[in-house]
Write a protein that binds this ligand. Sequence first.
Ligand SMILES: NC(=O)C1=CN([C@@H]2O[C@H](COP(=O)(O)OP(=O)(O)OC[C@H]3O[C@@H](n4cnc5c(N)ncnc54)[C@H](O)[C@@H]3O)[C@@H](O)[C@H]2O)[C@H](O)CC1
Ligand code: K
Length: 508
Amino acid sequence: MHILSAAQTHELDQATIEEQGIPSVELMERAAGAFAEWFARHFTPHAAGETLVLCGPGNNGGDGLAVARLLYQAGYAMRVALLPADKQSADWQHNRRRLPKAVPVAEISAESLPHIMPGAVVIDALFGTGLTRPLAGLPATVVAHLNTAAARVVAVDIPSGLFADAPQPADSIIVRAQHTVSFGLPKLAFLLPQNAAFVGQWHLKEIGLSPHFLANAATDWHYTDAATVAGALPPRPKFSHKGTFGHALLLAGSRGKMGAAVLSAGACLRGGVGLLTAHIPGCGYDIFQISQPEAMCLTDTQADFISELPELKPYQAVGIGPGLGQEAASLEVLRQLLKAADKPLEKTGQPLPLVIDADALNLLGSHRELLKLLPENTVLTPHPKEFERLTEPARDDYHRLELLRDFAIQYRCLVVLKGAYTCLATPTGELHFNSTGNAGMATGGSGDVLTGLLLALRAHAQIPAFEAVRLGVYAHGRAGDLGAAQTGQVGLVAGDIVRHIGPALSEV
Ligand SMILES: NC(=O)C1=CN([C@@H]2O[C@H](COP(=O)(O)OP(=O)(O)OC[C@H]3O[C@@H](n4cnc5c(N)ncnc54)[C@H](O)[C@@H]3O)[C@@H](O)[C@H]2O)[C@H](O)CC1
Ligand SMILES: [K+]
């Protein structure tokens, strides 16, 4: 699914109106209808009580007026407060005329701000994607008033005062909504941690926007949902054998961190790899062999950490990092691996696929001269702190995305920035935000599981690099969601994610 800028969203509206030959108020009616339907499923008229709709002067306010009418007709007690303006949009005026006389309407002024009881339900339709500058003056006063009222706020399309697609001053006045009901496509702003307190839970409503425009819109921002990855995993042919799905090598573990190697290996096996060999320090032999009998195991001459790179010939992909530690000898192994992997393989003509995580990323961060050795399409899986060590501290979430994109382009690699909406950056500068996963996955070992799964998918001969990583990130989150459905988010551990990789992959 695409993510569009605010300007493109406006073009999308126009394209839909022209293509479908409908008046623009019809599209507004669809949006308001979708919002009212969501609202009615969440609040009964009794639970909502008297519901206040705050309306601005543009089409977002027009949506609000239409919502007030529809909910009034559905039996809700409604009242409307209008922000004064020199001019209102045509569709606003249309819906103002259609508002039943029985719905009380007040004009807002600094002296008469709407009365809001604690716990009252308020629909925020002040500003939408047409916002051109941070709120100031009366609109800012109204929003600040709403934010201190401890109301239950549902935003129409986007919380008022929030830019849909761009950074804004840190002290901007923005509605703090519990829910945001948005139309058509997710907005980039919804996916950034810095906006979570404003957006609350967001919900997407289909309103029949032009599929033609959506398919052809030029954007670098994408949202990976079930439809995106459907069919990405080739069916396992009847006459396949273990060689068909690749032989992966995992370099992982150190004393006290063998669990990382075990979890990562488990995920790789559940990810459908043909064969897995783990190279681990001597101390981990019993632990590893007992807990992962399906994997083969090579032990390092060092007991506590990895100091040797095995012969790479047998392998179709290599993962390095989980529980690795940052010993000087392990740094040398990483250096040798990067150099050895950069030669094109006979079979594919591509460099040996690599997945680099955890301490291997930290080693790259402290020895940045190694970055230029990264073979094309290497997969890096940093969390924001690890990513900062590779680049620089980000001013805010938008700046971090900029750094991420630049990094992926510069080093021609696939960077998976882990978070609530894990973002995959590609060498061509695209950003793909993932839709699956939950807060229960913020737990030790979850990243090791992702590494193992990505390793399995990179070893698969029939899945191109980018598709493998997008699929792996999606399936990892989905496995976490399936796991949490059984354990709850609080009780979820990384092993639960491993156990649900199989079901998650069968879904796609
Ligand atoms: N995507 C859809 O698919 C549909 C969206 N709809 C709704 O329309 C709004 C966007 O409406 P638009 O008229 O373009 O903009 P706004 O209502 O957000 O506001 C524009 C209005 O406000 C003025 N303005 C802008 N910034 C400020 C500011 N900081 N302070 C004061 N005034 C400001 C501007 O000059 C205009 O007068 C979208 O979000 C949806 O809710 C449609 O209903 C159809 C489907
Ligand atoms: K709004």
